[in-house]
Structures are given as C-alpha cells and as structure tokens.
Write a protein that binds this ligand. Structure first.
Ligand SMILES: O=C(O)C(=O)C[C@]1(C(=O)O)C=C[C@@H](O)C=C1
Length: 374
C-alpha cells in the first residue's frame, strides 16, 4: 500500500472509532445519573482495573498501548461525571468561601534577622508588615500553627542551588495554604568587619544555600565555608566577633545593616541567581487574579498513575511549573508529590479537576491558588 492509501485507511478507522467513543461518553453520562441516585462515588478503582486487565490481554502485542488508551478514556469519563455531579463537596465549599486576602497580616514569621533575604521578599509583598524573626524553618511553621504569626514566608527554591528540601518536607507535613509568592534576584557579597584584602580571609560563614550558590568563588579563593542558620545571622556574628580572617556571605543590605565592609560583590556562581519565596497561612485566601495552583498527593504503585494525573492538567492547558517528590516518613520508598501549575480554580473546569483529584488520590491536599510577584 502507498502512504496515501494507508492514510485513507487510518481516516476510515478513525471515522468508525469516533461514534463508538461518543457512545462510551454517553454511557458515562448515564452512569453519572445512576450514581447520583444511589449516592455512589464516581471513581471505582476495581472496575477500572478489571477493564484495563481485560483490554490489556485482548490487545496482544499492543497490550501496553491499549491500556494507556483505555486509561485515558476512563479519565475523560470520570471528568465528565464530575462535571455533571460536582464532586469534592467539602473542598468546593472551602474554595468558594475563600476570601481575597487577609484583612490584616501584621505578624509575619520570617527567617533570620533584619536584612535576611526572606526579610527582603517579605517587604516586597507586605511593605507595611513587621517581621517576627525565627532561626529555623521549623520555628516559622510552628508560629503559624500556634497563631503566634498570621503568615509565614519561606524560601522554596533557588535557580542554581535547587529546592530547599526541608521547606518542602514541612509544607507536606503541615499542609498550610500557600497564599502568595515572589521571586527575588539574589546578589551575594563578601563582607568583613574591617576593609581588608580578600586574600586575608580564610573562613566564610553563611546559610548552606548561600554557600552553595557561591561555591565557585569559595573554591577559587580557597575559603573554608562554615554553615550558619541564615545570611543575616552570619553578618551579625562577623560584626560582633570583629576577628581578622573571617567574613560573611550575605546581601548588601545585611552588610550595611551590621556595618560591615563589602570586600567583593556579586560573588554568586550565576549572574541570574533567583530565589522563590512562598507565604503560608492557616486560612485559605484566593486573589481574583490568582495564576498559580499548588497541590500535593501520593500515588498507588501502578503503571502510568503519575502520567494520568499530569495528562489531565495538560488537557485543560494548565502548565506544570514545578514538581517535587519527597519520601513519606515511616513508609519505605513511598512518595508525596508536590506540584505547581498555572491556573485559577474559579474557572469551572479547573475546579472540577481539583475536586476530582481530591476524591481519587491518596493524601491529596489542595495547597492554594495565588499570584506570583516576579
Ligand atoms: O463503571 C463505572 O462505575 C463508571 O463510572 C464508568 C467508568 C468507565 O469509564 O468505564 C468510569 C469511572 C469509574 O472509575 C469506572 C469506570
């Protein structure tokens, strides 16, 4: 057969498949009506497994491909049913009731000291708020949990050093809402108590992330990196100790705040060094112009489960911007997935998708829908 003849054959087959696909979707509508009457859940895992096993063995050499095709058709069948039945009632209600923004966000928990990068990000997002400083990420989550703080601001990832795993673990543990985000350009400098030659410096103090972001400079200048809880604390300590041979890696802002001398500027490995911060809250707020959705879930150990979740976002044109997998404590090699997508849950199709995932996936949490300041 020529290519043209084969393509004609494919067109004929597609024309035969389409009415059957539409008939199958009509059946899904009928199933939805029955399920509504009988109060049954949309998702029936054992029924889907039974179909996939049967199709897989009937399809012979195309078993894998056929399973994938039928799995996608059942995804669409479920999506249609959720659209008709409006599943995920509780979550739907929480999202519907969410306010636009906290009326007052006076107490915001923040890492470090005055002059820390978290402090800069906070000033960008909430110029009027006064920060409450904590030395560790755990303290920020605990402050939000106890109500000592209204909100907490946290660095989640850096363009060169990558994700801050400890923060993702805490996000997955506490499951607070994410209500705001900002990306900050981070410029590091080397600062010491006296104006000396860089060659006289032997030891540098900073947060491990900052040390990692300046690793090339540290190696080139033969410096000994020592970790500190954050960059501003490192600057403060170097200022207090007034010792020769030590310096801090911190922001210019922190160096000025603690009256240090700047020995070198822009010492980070990459000239485009950005850190992304998120703001956590016990209460859900969704601004009208929200464009980023965060959620987390775990998956059953079955072929194609992650693919099938991601395909449903792709089908709505929602772009995946971040994915992180973290081990679940006390479970061997089982993972929680953390995902960021573009989108707004006030759009019906997006809300239906989130609500359906809420019903289908283990350990699912909707973490928020917020704007991103860049
Ligand atoms: O049989 C059902 O209960 C259906 O809802 C239909 C169907 C399908 O499309 O085949 C869809 C969703 C369920 O998870 C299982 C199967």
């Amino acid at each position: 057969m020529t290519l043209e003849e084969i393509r004609k054959e494919i067109d004929r087959i597609d024309a035969e498949l389409l009415p059957l696909f539409m008939k199958r979707m009509d059946c899904a509508k009928q199933v939805a009506a029955v399920k509504k009457e009988q109060g049954l859940p949309v998702f029936n895992s054992s029924r889907e497994q039974e179909i996939l096993d049967r199709i897989g063995s009937l399809a012979g050499e195309y078993g894998g491909e056929a399973r994938l095709l039928y799995s996608s058709m059942m995804d669409m069948s479920r999506a249609l049913q959720y659209n008709l039945l409006g599943g995920g009632g509780e979550l739907r209600e929480t999202i519907r009731k969410a306010g636009e923004a906290p009326e007052k966000a006076e107490k915001i928990a923040c890492l470090g000291e005055s002059g820390s990068f978290s402090n800069e990000a906070l000033s960008l997002l909430y110029p009027k708020a006064s920060p409450q400083f904590y030395q560790g990420f755990g303290g920020i989550f605990a402050a939000v949990a106890s109500g000592d703080a209204d909100l907490g601001i946290l660095p989640v990832e850096n363009s060169s050093a990558g994700s801050v795993s400890e923060v993702y673990d805490l996000i997955l543990k506490y499951r607070f809402y994410i209500v705001n985000a900002a990306t900050l350009h981070v410029h590091h400098c080397l600062a010491a108590a006296k104006k000396v030659d860089v060659r006289t410096i032997g030891t540098v103090y900073s947060h491990p992330q900052a040390l990692s972001q300046c690793s090339e400079y540290i190696t080139k200048n033969d410096l000994r990196p020592l970790p500190c809880s954050n960059t501003a604390t490192a600057a403060q300590m170097v200022a207090q100790r007034q010792e020769a041979g030590i310096a801090a890696i911190c922001s210019e802002h922190a160096a000025n705040e603690y009256k240090l001398n700047i020995l070198d500027r822009d010492i980070q490995n990459s000239s485009n060094n950005c850190t992304r911060f998120v703001v956590i809250s016990r209460k859900l707020f969704i601004p009208d112009r929200a464009q980023k959705i965060s959620l987390c879930f775990s998956l059953l150990h079955k072929t194609g489960t992650l693919y099938s979740v991601l395909a449903r976002f792709a089908a709505l044109g929602l772009n995946l911007t971040k994915m992180e997998s973290r081990p679940i404590q006390d479970k061997n090699f089982e993972y929680d997935f953390y995902l960021d997508f573009t989108g707004n849950v006030r759009e019906d199709a997006t809300l239906n998708l989130i609500c359906s995932l809420h019903e289908e996936l283990p350990r699912f949490s909707f973490l928020g829908n917020y704007t991103e300041c860049e």
